[in-house]
Design a protein around this ligand. Structure first.
Ligand code: SOE
Length: 394
């Protein structure tokens, strides 16, 4: 019998949508992948004792703490997984790193550049003693996305000319949709921009291997007040009575330029009726093109400019074969993966890096760089000096 690899004892803070996704990943990863460390779901933290204990039972956590500071004090915790709203990330992550715990932190890294800088600095200090920090830009680990990056790195696209990225949802398109912490600046930092725009900033940089050098942006809040729901729902409802003020953007649109000169357009909105979780990325290079849509997440479209004109066309690669990234550990060829698998792959890569004593990616420094892009978008949108009105229009 092969011996069980040593444990990686996890303490997780928060158990809403992301907490559920992460719990599933911690439980599932060692059942499908040969991991060098065995994740143990040691302790779950939250403030409401009854709801916490019910969540711990349902999600498979051995113990609970109603104060996150206690998780950091525990000697039976090796890694702290932060699944709380953005306003708590910096405080928890920095304290956890200073307590010698590895950290996995949900995206976006923080609510401001200043917080993200402090987190990246704490991560750098901790790395000197082998303590690691990673930010959870999960969609990098969708096999079709990982394959897209590989095709670019292998030179199959040549020089990148255009990047087109959209993250489209519609869960608040209805003005009667309830208030959520995701719509409050003090909790979330920004709106569609940070919640979903951050993903496409990270994904386009990940796929192209380049970074954004500048942006020009528009932000809009279409619905300024929303009803406070009687109870919290799956997307972080803020319970109360009457109406609450929306203090973040509902939609973000921006242009960008990448380090090697590619032009880019970005769109992040939760008002695209009919689009549920449409992360659409298209990359055009001198030798080929790629197109991906998360609503058809097992597929990557690739156009090879070297194909003879007679048969050239986008080929639809069904990314479900054992040769594709991560896929071989799952089902027989052709059976497909879903939203939750990205989180499992995130655990797989994180555990591998920790066991090897290496820096997992994306690092807090990567998270800080995305935060700087988000900040530049907000500053650009606030500065109307480059807006050029059309004569005769108001
Ligand atoms: C809500 O817009 C949300 O849950 C994001 O917060 C997640 O990061 C994304 O994966 C799905 O949509």
């Amino acid at each position: 019998m092969t011996p069980t690899p040593p444990p990686l004892r996890v303490g997780m803070i928060g158990y809403a949508f992301m907490g559920v996704a992460h719990s599933h990943a911690w439980r599932t990863a060692p059942r499908f992948f040969d991991l060098p460390l065995t994740p143990e779901l040691t302790v779950l933290a939250g403030r409401d004792p009854a709801a916490l204990s019910a969540a711990a039972d349902r999600l498979g956590w051995a113990g609970t703490e109603t104060d996150w500071h206690r998780v950091l004090e525990r000697t039976d915790v090796d890694l702290v997984d932060i699944c709380t709203p953005g306003d708590t990330h910096a405080e928890i992550a920095i304290a956890a790193l200073e307590a010698g715990k590895h950290v996995l932190c949900e995206k976006p890294l923080a609510n401001s550049v200043a917080e993200a800088e402090a987190m990246a600095a704490a991560a750098e200090r901790a790395a000197a003693s082998g303590v690691r920090a990673m930010v959870g830009f999960t969609y990098r680990r969708v096999p079709a996305v990982t394959l897209a990056r590989k095709l670019v790195a292998d030179g199959r696209l040549g020089t990148i000319r255009h990047v087109r990225a959209q993250y489209l949802q519609d869960w608040i398109a209805d003005p009667a949709a309830p208030m959520s912490w995701r719509l409050q600046k003090d909790k979330a930092g920004s709106g569609a921009l940070g919640d979903i725009g951050a993903h496409i900033v990270d994904l386009t940089q990940f796929i192209t291997g380049q970074r954004l050098t500048g942006v020009s942006a528009l932000l809009e809040t279409f619905v300024k007040k929303r009803p406070l729901p009687a109870s919290t729902g799956t997307l972080g409802g803020v319970a109360g009575e009457g109406m609450g003020e929306v203090t973040v953007d509902d939609a973000a649109v921006f242009l960008g330029r990448f380090t090697e000169g590619a032009l880019a357009t970005f769109e992040a909105t939760r008002f695209a009726l009919g689009r549920k979780n449409a992360i659409r990325i298209e990359v055009n290079g001198s030798a080929g093109s790629l197109a991906f849509d998360f609503e058809d997440m097992n597929v990557l479209h690739f156009y090879d400019g070297a194909d003879p004109a007679e048969t050239a066309g986008f080929r639809r690669i069904v990314v479900t074969e054992p040769e594709h990234p991560y896929v071989g550990a799952w089902w027989p060829a052709g059976h497909g993966l879903g939203y939750e698998h990205g989180f499992t792959h995130q655990v797989v890569d994180l555990v591998a890096a920790l066991a090897a004593g290496e820096q997992p990616t994306p690092s807090f420094a990567d998270g800080l760089q995305v935060q700087r892009v988000l900040d530049a978008v907000e500053r650009s949108a606030a500065d109307r000096s480059t807006w050029t009105p059309i004569e005769g229009e108001s």
